[in-house]
Design a binder for this molecule. Structure first.
Ligand code: ADP
Ligand code: MG
Length: 479
């Protein structure tokens, strides 16, 4: 009997508030080390924390977005441990009464099916500082700028059964938090960090012992780390060994993982309610106001794309998957006047080009307006699809707007049928054997053999002949 995989995720989502969770210090965006941490962030004696209302609002908005129960009376607790990047000696977090209770997120699987992943809860907490190991020889630097940054930690039930499902969930969560505007979603900056809990079992058995691999900050690494851990657990169990409950670290560069520490229990941290902070109270009126302000969620956007733009479910799902891609697609569709062409270009040529240069769509050298203009010229027959690729390349290289490029390079499709007719006549006159061969072929072969003449004509016109017009002419003249 084969193994069944069980996966549960814990995700840290950095909230994009202006200031920190309990102090007025600004969130750090690449500032000099230790210039954006205040005495409150360091928990100095005599200071008192004050809860950032905007962070509470964003956490509650997330709860509503995943259909969760919002806790009307949530409590901050101290999680006590020593670490050099945590000078307070405790992290202020939530345990018994987190702000967001049980909820759910629907994911779309590759086989077309949908699956619901249950959310156990999500709680508000502060981030710690950072230890810097690279720039110091034999020493560790401490940067406390990140200390006190507001996070929500989202904890799922162990509902995912392979790496693909876990990644689909992770992408969906990314789409939700960026769509409702509570997180910037830049994974490379650690805006979202994933911990994956993995266990395996034989079908029908109780849950197996799990390990936790921490701090994965890209979808690709997450997928690879899960697959690696599943293979390792299968090897251990099939060799008669046992899985130890532990925290593991994955190295994406070497595609290896190692044990970091055996897992500690919640009671090791001696949690207790923080005496410096009042419970957070949320009223009905607060919730009503939040509901009224709820931005469009990914699922609603997907449905709208199918309705408004007649996209297939597959296309709509891909294009609504991130807020940046959605906005770009809509920009192209509106500027170009053809949603299907817009969808094909955004998911095809543009996606491939961005991928090859590891660029995000928000940094695309070709803007949505420019791609829209290109599509408009394709649609009105000014250029052929072959030439369109050439214009796209020039636009990508920064040579200007598509209209200007078409003009400057003389790329307009030939619309003068007299000129094209002359070219076709020349080709027929100069290729007597091929013409003879074509005329002696049956219809099926003719279809293939006409390609030779099309190729010659495209060469002679540098790709500017209108393909339909050309085919029509050739059929007539060869016929
Ligand atoms: P703890 O209290 O030790 O932190 P939790 O029960 O809160 O453990 O679970 C933490 C995470 O681990 C959750 O995302 C949960 O879904 C996941 N998880 C729990 N048990 C398993 C298991 N046997 N296999 C895989 N994931 C698990
Ligand atoms: Mg837990």
């Amino acid at each position: 009997m084969s193994w069944e995989v069980v996966i549960g995720l814990e995700i840290h989502v950095q909230l994009n508030t202006v200031s920190k969770l309990f102090s007025g210090s600004k969130l750090s965006t690449g500032a000099e080390p230790n210039t954006q941490a205040s005495l409150v962030d360091l928990g100095m004696p005599g200071t008192l924390p004050v809860v950032n209302k905007e962070a509470v609002r964003k956490a509650a908005l997330f709860g509503l977005a995943i259909n969760a129960d919002i806790c009307r009376h949530s409590v901050f607790e101290r999680k006590n441990y020593f670490y050099p990047d945590l000078p307070k000696g405790y992290q202020t977090t939530q345990l018994a009464e987190p702000i967001v209770g049980a909820g759910e997120v629907e994911i779309q699987l590759e086989n077309g099916e949908k699956k619901t992943v249950r959310i156990h809860h999500a709680h508000l907490e502060e981030d710690a500082g950072k230890s810097l190991h690279e720039d110091f020889h034999g020493m560790t630097g401490i940067d406390l700028n990140r200390a006190g940054t507001p996070l929500i930690e989202v904890v799922t039930e162990p509902d995912m059964s392979n790496a693909e499902e876990a990644v689909a969930f992770a992408r969906k969560l990314h789409a939700i938090v960026t769509s409702i505007g509570i997180c910037d979603g830049d994974m490379s900056q650690g805006n979202m960090r994933f911990d994956v809990n993995v266990s395996i079992r034989k079908p029908g058995d109780p849950l197996g012992t799990r390990t936790e691999t921490k701090n994965l900050n890209s979808f690709r690494f997450m997928e690879r780390a899960i697959k690696l851990e599943v293979e390792r657990q299968i090897d251990v169990l099939e060799d008669g060994g046992e899985i130890v409950q532990e925290t593991r670290l994955y190295n994406g560069d070497t595609h290896t993982a190692r044990s970091m520490r055996s897992k500690e229990d919640a009671n090791d941290y001696r949690y207790f309610p923080c005496p410096d902070l009042l419970p957070v109270a949320i009223t009905d009126a607060d919730l009503e106001a939040l509901k009224a302000a709820m931005p469009e969620l990914p699922n609603a956007r997907k449905a709208r794309f199918m309705d408004d733009y007649q996209l297939s479910e597959y296309d709509a799902d891909l294009l609504s998957g991130s807020i940046a891609t959605s906005a770009f697609f809509e920009g192209v569709a509106n500027a170009g006047g053809d949603a299907k062409l817009a969808a094909n270009w955004v998911m095809g040529e543009l996606a491939a080009r961005l991928n090859a240069e590891e660029k995000d769509i928000s940094d695309s050298p070709v803007s949505a307006e420019q791609l829209g203009q290109l599509i408009a010229r394709l649609k009105d027959g000014t250029i052929s699809s072959k030439i369109a690729k050439q214009v796209f390349e020039a636009c990508w290289a920064g040579e200007g707007d598509p209209d200007a490029i078409i003009e400057a390079k003389g790329l307009k499709q030939m619309s003068d049928s007299g000129e094209l007719e002359k070219i076709v006549d020349d080709i027929i006159a100069n290729n007597a054997p091929q013409v003879e061969d074509y005329r002696n072929s049956d219809d099926a072969k003719k279809k293939k053999k006409i390609g030779f003449f099309v190729g010659q004509a495209m060469k002679a016109t540098q790709g500017k002949a209108n393909p339909q017009q050309l085919n029509q002419l050739l059929k007539e003249k060869l016929g």
